[in-house]
Write a protein that binds this ligand. Structure first.
Ligand SMILES: [Zn+2]
Ligand SMILES: [Zn+2]
Length: 241
């Protein structure tokens, strides 16, 4: 294992490898046991050309879902490794609240296959400073670090800033969510973003309100395109994505 070797002892990887989903011993780091592996729904084509929402059957390369036809997204796609479910959720929670930061690489390994070829820069969805102080890290930045190490694509965790805390978006309607995150993000002055194809990195894609607000400021700052790259995506609430 070449990647992130200096951090191995910090991440507890000197211990016997365990399944990232349930903790059962497995053959290698970043592997899942057979039960968790089959419990994960890996996403890929056929999917919507606008938002990469998977289709049950192939409708052709340019086909778009109903939501994208009604309201074309600003982003250039939502690339999620897996559908949000019990195992995807367990992993995200163990990274975020359990401090199991090695799982950032476990996620990144599954996200790599969905990273478009033309991406110039990885940008994590920022946390506000209060959250970083209390948690000690930004999980999106850890995932972006791991994707950068595995892919060789540049990563900049300072280019996008969160200007204020936002209220919990859960339970809000689409319009309220958009309002709650409006003005919450800004791009650092400078030319880093201009002309770049950006992958905005996050752990879980839920309603899209946060990533949409980030996409908006990145495009305004001159980004050529913004793709959202994440570990898991909530697919059940078709209506409000
Ligand atoms: Zn397992
Ligand atoms: Zn779509």
């Amino acid at each position: 294992m070449r990647i992130l070797r200096p951090f191995r002892h910090l991440l507890g990887l000197a211990l016997p490898p365990r399944c990232a989903g349930c903790g059962t011993p497995v053959a290698e780091d970043h592997r899942f046991c057979a039960i968790c592996w089959t419990g994960l729904r890996f996403l890929g084509p056929p999917w919507c050309a606008g938002c990469n929402r998977p289709f049950a059957f192939d409708r052709g390369e340019e086909a778009r879902c109903a939501a994208c036809l009604v309201d074309p997204p600003r982003h250039a796609g939502v690339r999620a490794a897996v559908a949000y479910g019990p195992i995807a959720r367990a992993l995200a929670l163990r990274l975020k609240y359990g401090g199991r930061i090695a799982f950032a690489e476990t996620m990144a390994r599954q996200m790599l296959r969905l990273l478009p070829d033309d991406i110039d820069l990885l940008v994590p969805v920022p946390l506000n400073r209060w959250r970083i102080w209390s948690r000690g890290f930004n999980q999106a930045a850890l995932i972006a670090d791991a994707v950068a190490a595995l892919s060789g694509v540049a990563h900049d965790r300072t280019v996008l800033m969160r200007l204020r805390r936002t209220i919990l978006l859960r339970g809000l309607g689409a319009r309220q969510r958009a309002k709650a995150v409006s003005g919450a993000f800004a791009v650092q002055p400078g030319d880093r973003v201009r002309g770049s194809a950006i992958a905005l990195v996050d752990d879980v894609y839920t309603s899209g309100a946060t990533s949409d607000a980030c996409t908006r400021v990145l495009l305004k700052a001159g980004a050529r395109s913004v793709v959202i790259l994440c570990w898991a995506r909530v697919l059940s609430s078709a209506a409000d994505d």
